[in-house]
Design a protein around this ligand. Structure first.
Ligand SMILES: Nc1ncnc2c1ncn2[C@@H]1O[C@H](COP(=O)(O)OP(=O)(O)OP(=O)(O)O)[C@@H](O)[C@H]1O
Ligand SMILES: [Mg+2]
Length: 393
C-alpha cells in the first residue's frame, strides 16, 4: 500500500500514531500537575521499563500536558557519567530567565539566579554561554553537599515559579545513568518542594535497575513517587495500536492478521510499530491479511536485527558478548548469575566486574538479587538467531 501514507512510527522516541494502553499513567500525571500548581502534595512518577516500551514517548507526552497546564518544563536525557549540576545548570538558567520577565516574579527570580550562581561555582559547572552576571549569594546553595544545595536551589526556583503563578516540571530520561548521590539529591529536593507546597514536579524514566537508594532519599522516594512499570501492551491495547492507525487512514486489517502481529511482537510497542510499518508496505491492497503479515515478518526481523538489536550488541566488548550469549543459551530469562558462569566455565566471582559493566551499559539488569535479565525484549532470540546458531554450524 502507499508508503507515503504509512502511519506507523518505528524509532526511538517517535510519537506513535496511537498511544495505546497508557491512559492511567497520563491521567495520574495530569492530576499531579494540577495539584502541584495549587500547592497540594503530589505524587510524581518514575516510569520504569525495558528498551523500546515507550518511556520516552510518555515523558514527551507528560511534558506537553505540563505545558498545557501552565508549567514551564525542562526535559533532559541523562548521559552516562555527566554530573547532575552540569546537566541541570543550563535548564535551570533558562527557567529562571523565563520567570524573570514575569512582573510579579522579578525579585524572587533574581534571588534564584544568585543561588544558581553560587551553586554553579561550588560544583564547578562550566557555564560557557550561560555565564551569569549576577553576584553569587554567599551561604546559599554553596555548601558543597549536593543533597543540601540542590534542595536549596530548587526552593528558590519554586518560590519564583509560585510568584509567577506557574509551575516547573523537570523530566529526566535514562535516569539509570545518574550517579547514586545525584539521584538521591534530586529526590530530597523534590521532597522539599512537596513539603513547602511549591509547584515543582519531577518525572523520570529509566531502565528497571534505577540506583538503589538509602537513608532519607529512600523513605521520601517511597512516599513521593509511584513507579508504574511500562511494559508490553495487553492484547486489547496492542490490537488498538495497530488497528486504529490503519483505520484512520481509511484502510482495514483482518482479525487473524492483527492477531498474528500481536503474537509475533508479544505486544512490545517498538516491535508493534515495526511490524505495522512493514505489514502496511508489504500488502498490495487493503485489507491487510495474515499472508501479508507473514511475508513482512522477515523484513521486520531483519530491520530489528540490523538496527534495534545490533546497535546495542555493538556496544559490548568481545568478552561481554560471550557473556550475553551464554545467557541466551540458557533459554528464556531471568538467569542466575551462577548458571551463566557455569555455562562460561568460569568461577562466578571472576565474572562480577564484567556483569557490572554490562549492567552499566544498560544491556542487562538485575530484576532481583542474584538474577539477571536482558533490558531489551527478545534479545535472547536475536542472539540465538544471529550469533549462536551461526557459530554452532
Ligand atoms: N503506547 C504505545 N503504543 C504504540 N506504540 C508505542 C507506544 N509507546 C511507544 N510506542 C512506540 O514504541 C517505540 C519506542 O518508544 P520509545 O522510544 O519511547 O521507547 P523507550 O522505552 O524510551 O525505549 P529506550 O529504552 O530504548 O529509550 C516508538 O516507535 C514508539 O512510537
Ligand atoms: Mg527512551
Amino acid at each position: 500500500m502507499d508508503e507515503i501514507r504509512n502511519p506507523f512510527a518505528p524509532g526511538a522516541g517517535s510519537q506513535p500514531p496511537e498511544l495505546a494502553g497508557r491512559d492511567k499513567i497520563l491521567e495520574d500525571a495530569r492530576i499531579a500537575l494540577q495539584r502541584a500548581l495549587r500547592g497540594k502534595p503530589t505524587q510524581s512518577q518514575i516510569l520504569l521499563g525495558l528498551r523500546g516500551v515507550g518511556k520516552t514517548v510518555l515523558l514527551n507526552q507528560i511534558e506537553q500536558i505540563a505545558e498545557e497546564h501552565g508549567h514551564l518544563t525542562s526535559m533532559v536525557e541523562a548521559p552516562e557519567g555527566v554530573p547532575l549540576p552540569t546537566l541541570l545548570y543550563p535548564r535551570i538558567h533558562q527557567i529562571i530567565r523565563k520567570l524573570s520577565v514575569i512582573e510579579q516574579a522579578k525579585a524572587t527570580a533574581f534571588s534564584a539566579m544568585r543561588a544558581l550562581r553560587s551553586f554553579a561555582s561550588i560544583f564547578k559547572v562550566e557555564t560557557g554561554d550561560f555565564a551569569l552576571s549576577v553576584d553569587p549569594e554567599t551561604g546559599t546553595a554553596d555548601s558543597g553537599d549536593i543533597e543540601y544545595d540542590l534542595a536549596e536551589l530548587f526552593v528558590r526556583v519554586g518560590v519564583a515559579a509560585k510568584a509567577a503563578e506557574r509551575g516547573w516540571t523537570l523530566l529526566i530520561d535514562e535516569i539509570q545513568y545518574l550517579g547514586e548521590k545525584d539521584y538521591a539529591a534530586l529526590i530530597v529536593a523534590i521532597h522539599r518542594m512537596n513539603q513547602k507546597g511549591l509547584p515543582v514536579l519531577f518525572f523520570g524514566a529509566g531502565l528497571p535497575q534505577v540506583a538503589a537508594l538509602s537513608g532519607n532519599a529512600k523513605s521520601y522516594a517511597e512516599r513521593l513517587f509511584t513507579y508504574p512499570s511500562v511494559g508490553a501492551l495487553d492484547q486489547k491495547s496492542a490490537e488498538l495500536a495497530i488497528r486504529n492507525p490503519i483505520e484512520e487512514e481509511g484502510e482495514q486489517i483482518e482479525v487473524d492478521a492483527l492477531h498474528a502481529i500481536v503474537e509475533k511482537t508479544r505486544g512490545y510497542p517498538y516491535f508493534l510499530q515495526e511490524w505495522g510499518y512493514q505489514a502496511w508496505n508489504t500488502a498490495d491492497h487493503s485489507p491487510i491479511d495474515a499472508a501479508d503479515v507473514d511475508q513482512s515478518s522477515h523484513k521486520a526481523l531483519r530491520r530489528l536485527d540490523d538496527g534495534f538489536f545490533r546497535v546495542r550488541f555493538d556496544r559490548l566488548t568481545p568478552r561481554e558478548r560471550e557473556y550475553v550469549c551464554a545467557m541466551a543459551k540458557l533459554g528464556s530469562g531471568p538467569y542466575k548469575s551462577g548458571e551463566v558462569a557455569e555455562m562460561m566455565k568460569e568461577p562466578p566471582n571472576k565474572l562480577g566486574p564484567m556483569r557490572a559493566s554490562i549492567i552499566k551499559k544498560g544491556m542487562i539488569y538485575s530484576p532481583s538479587y542474584g538474577d539477571i535479565d536482558f533490558t531489551v525484549p527478545l534479545f535472547g532470540d536475536y542472539l540465538m538467531r544471529n550469533w549462536i546458531e551461526a557459530n554452532v554450524q
